[in-house]
Design a binder for this molecule. Structure first.
Ligand SMILES: [Zn+2]
Length: 205
């Protein structure tokens, strides 16, 4: 397997290049590396089990290491881009089907009713609480806000509801009086380009 190594060691002249790289000075003896230099990466490992008998290796527990892992995603908002452009400009956008007139408070560009193409349309300045729930648990992002109120908002002239957070009401004392309450959108000053850049508060506040 390593027969070619023997051939190299019998050369009278030193090798002039390795890996296609030419030395700077052809007349000087070029040093042939025999080891890879150490760097600060990697681990010096002690006591990693290694049985004497290689027959036992299949029974060895898998080696598990922990290492940081990071990926930068390039995420396209695609056809939804105008919605997020609207949020950053404090304007709430829905869509309406050009064929059947179905209005989407959560925008869709293709109508779920008839498959027709939808156009962008600004939602009314106020909506109403259609229904709500109080969340005592949530994903990592919302945990610090628990308990919080999650509401479906209806808008006059639109056929679908918008799911959003509602603030300004005490979630510890929920009331059925909240159903039908007029609410208005509030926008985060520092946009994160997420649907949570908008939330709703009672309209009279
Ligand atoms: Zn339609």
């Amino acid at each position: 397997m390593f027969g070619w190594l023997k051939k190299i060691t019998t050369l009278e002249k030193p090798l002039e290049f390795m890996d296609g790289a030419m030395p700077n000075n052809k007349n000087s003896a070029h040093k042939v590396e025999t080891s890879i230099g150490e760097d600060m990466d990697g681990s010096v490992v002690f006591q990693l089990p290694m049985p004497e008998d290689v027959e036992q290796l299949k029974g060895m527990s898998p080696i598990v290491i922990k290492q940081p892992y990071q990926i930068d995603y390039l995420h396209s908002f695609g056809q939804d881009s105008p919605f997020f452009a609207g949020l950053t400009n404090k304007r709430l956008l829905g869509t309406r089907c050009t064929s059947c007139g179905y209005g989407y408070a959560t925008p869709k560009l293709a109508c779920m009713e008839c498959g027709g193409e939808c156009d962008w349309e600004e939602l009314p300045a106020e909506g109403k609480v259609h229904c709500f729930t109080v969340c005592y648990f949530g994903s990592e992002e919302f945990l610090p806000e628990c308990p919080y109120m999650l509401a479906l908002i209806e808008f006059e002239g639109f056929d679908t509801l918008m799911l959003t957070r509602a603030l300004g009401l005490d979630p510890e004392e929920p009331s059925l009086d909240w159903v039908g309450m007029k609410v208005k959108p509030k926008f985060r000053r520092k946009a994160k380009l997420r649907p949570t850049d908008v939330y709703f508060v009672p309209a009279q506040t």
